[in-house]
Ligand binder design. Structure first.
Ligand SMILES: Nc1ncnc2c1ncn2[C@@H]1O[C@H](COP(=O)(O)OP(=O)(O)O)[C@@H](O)[C@H]1O
Ligand SMILES: [Mg+2]
Length: 412
């Protein structure tokens, strides 16, 4: 898709490319994770023995995509293996899952599988534990936490299948929780049948950027999308725990919005130096999406007020865990020198601080009996708000970097 296609068509194509689809999507920048999955599966295939892997991580870390793509890739190069993908969330009980496996394996209509659950299990085991056969079964149980029950009888059975005598059944369980196995299936480790563990960490901003960029480049190599727009999105999504779905959703939404704009104004060409998707478009979208946040307010504050806002996040609280005027002032002075800015004097500081409190972002204890230095400051915003709001200011970059490196994971 190049220059001569209309702006609206370009917007559509970009929207499509930012989709959450797994079908035509390559796994980008998950090399070591994919390698691990691949090595478990190919070893199992080569040796014709079952194996078990548990993949965990927060939503939108590429678990489903990485597992599915890797399994299908191996299947495509070997005639000896079947891949079954089952999303446990879509099944009402364990029987439903056995039925689904049976249906996939034997190519029998689900409505015809009307014998008892015990019989289904029997038949499955006969097929899986068959030393004569060289066929391997790769079974992916996604959202496997939905199978957790009081006794976990079925989870135990399925997680033990790979280890039974002559087993050709390889299981990949996927869920969010890091501790699902220890918590719900502790017996596995005591009998040496614990699955291998793969923990997918949240995407970093660099990875998110690379994934988004890759999607854009699939549509066009021209300079339609401002690089900073993708970087900005990636940065903020990293702060929001690296859920790649959110990044893709936002990119889709922003393209839909632009498309509407172009159609409404009958616009057919971009101006010189105009982007189809600019940093400003992205910032507006982010503001809307995270609308409840305080970042727009922070963004519109004057510079020294913004410095105070940052300083209030990094200042040291008292032993009783609250912020004082003195602590924030001290932090402000040191932050000013870090970015080579002359600080305002103490009286002016008080005024700027008051302007922030009147915008509703923080409150200052006004008890006249308390000495000014010891007055308590309470914040209404959080670290994300600050990073979102001030991200675009190059000058404050060093302070934001410092802010982001403090208390990682300390907030929900
Ligand atoms: N590494 C990646 N490269 C390209 N696209 C990705 C990647 N990881 C995730 N995605 C996209 O995000 C979507 C959601 O990822 P998914 O694997 O379902 O996450 P999870 O299962 O961890 O919640 C995928 O369908 C895919 O479109
Ligand atoms: Mg998933």
């Amino acid at each position: 898709m190049e220059m001569n296609s209309t702006l609206s068509e370009l917007c559509s194509a970009l929207q499509d490319s930012f989709s959450l689809d797994t079908k035509d999507t390559d796994v980008v920048d998950r090399e070591s994770e994919v390698n691990l999955i691949q090595s478990v599966l190919s070893k199992s295939l080569k040796a014709s023995t079952g194996s078990a892997l548990y993949v965990c991580g927060l939503p939108g870390t590429g678990k489903t995509l990485s597992v599915l793509k890797t399994a299908l890739k191996i299947q495509a190069t070997s005639k000896r293996c079947d891949v079954i993908y089952i999303n446990c969330m879509r099944h009402k009980d364990a029987r439903d899952i056995y039925v689904d496996i049976y249906h996939n394996l034997k190519k029998v209509k689900k409505s015809q599988i009307n014998f008892s659950t015990g019989e289904i299990i029997n038949q499955l085991e006969k097929t899986f534990f068959n030393a004569e056969s060289k066929r391997m079964m790769f079974c992916i149980l996604d959202e496997v936490d939905h199978m957790v029950s009081r006794t976990n009888k079925d989870l135990y059975r399925i997680f033990e299948w790979p280890f039974e005598e002559g087993s050709r059944f390889t299981l990949i369980g996927i869920a969010n929780a890091l501790d699902l196995i220890q918590k719900h299936l502790p017996r596995l480790s005591s009998c040496g049948r614990e699955p291998k563990l793969l923990h997918m960490k949240p995407y970093t901003q660099d990875q998110i950027y690379i994934i988004l960029k890759d999607r854009v480049e699939k549509v066009t190599t021209e300079d339609f999308v401002q690089d900073e727009a993708l970087r900005y999105c990636a940065k903020l999504i990293e702060v929001k725990r690296g859920d790649i779905r959110k990044a893709l959703d936002i990119c889709r939404q922003v393209m839909a919005r632009k498309q509407l704009e172009f159609q409404r104004h009958g616009k057919e060409d971009l101006e010189v130096d105009e982007y189809l998707l600019s940093l400003d478009d992205m910032m507006d979208m982010m503001d809307d999406v995270f609308g409840e946040s305080n970042s727009p307010k922070i963004k519109s504050l004057p510079l020294h007020a913004q410095l105070i806002v940052i300083s209030s996040q990094t200042a040291s609280p008292t032993a009783l865990n609250y912020l004082t005027f003195a602590a924030v002032y001290k932090e402000y002075l040191s932050n000013c020198s870090l970015v080579y800015l002359d600080p305002v004097n103490r009286n002016e500081f008080f005024d700027v601080l008051s302007s922030i409190t009147s915008s509703g972002l923080m409150s200052l204890d006004t008890n006249e009996k308390v000495e000014e230095n010891k007055r308590r400051i309470t914040l209404v915003f959080n670290k994300d708000d600050v990073v979102f709001g001030l991200e675009h200011l190059k000058m404050l970059r060093p302070l934001l970097d410092q802010l982001e490196s403090t208390n990682i994971g300390g907030e929900q």
